[in-house]
Write a protein that binds this ligand. Sequence first.
Ligand SMILES: [Zn+2]
Length: 161
Amino acid sequence: MISQDHILDLLQNVKDPEVPVISVLELGVVRHVDVEPDGKAVVTITPTYTGCPAMDVMAADIRKELLDHGVPAVEVKQSLAPAWTTDWITEPGKAKLKAYGIAPPEKTGDIRALKGELPVVPCPQCGSTNTVMLSVFGSTACKALWKCNDCLEPFDQFKCL
Ligand SMILES: [Zn+2]
């Protein structure tokens, strides 16, 4: 008998292909897990942004992880609404991002963003807020590249949606 808890345990092993320290659960992309009477798992995921190339990899990784651990059948559905927001990243997930050197995302609805200003993104290395965005594209399309003016280290920031 496959339980929902068992599926959730397995999903904890599936990491973001771009940030291998954070799981798809911590990233908040897994929205729903159903287990049908015949043991088939139906996992609903929401892309971090529409067309994010990592999502296909995540869906394939989820399918493989579950099938490799005795789940008889797996369906991965994508749900586009409500849209993923960085608020869905769990607190442990945010701590892992920071430890990995990626600035945790700002809360959405930041008043600065509403005014068209850039948010203040603290440096994950030294905590300084004296930082500047170098490029809207960092190591992947999902991240922006920033630089700290104090420790002079570049770092990635998860883009806010
Ligand atoms: Zn710094």
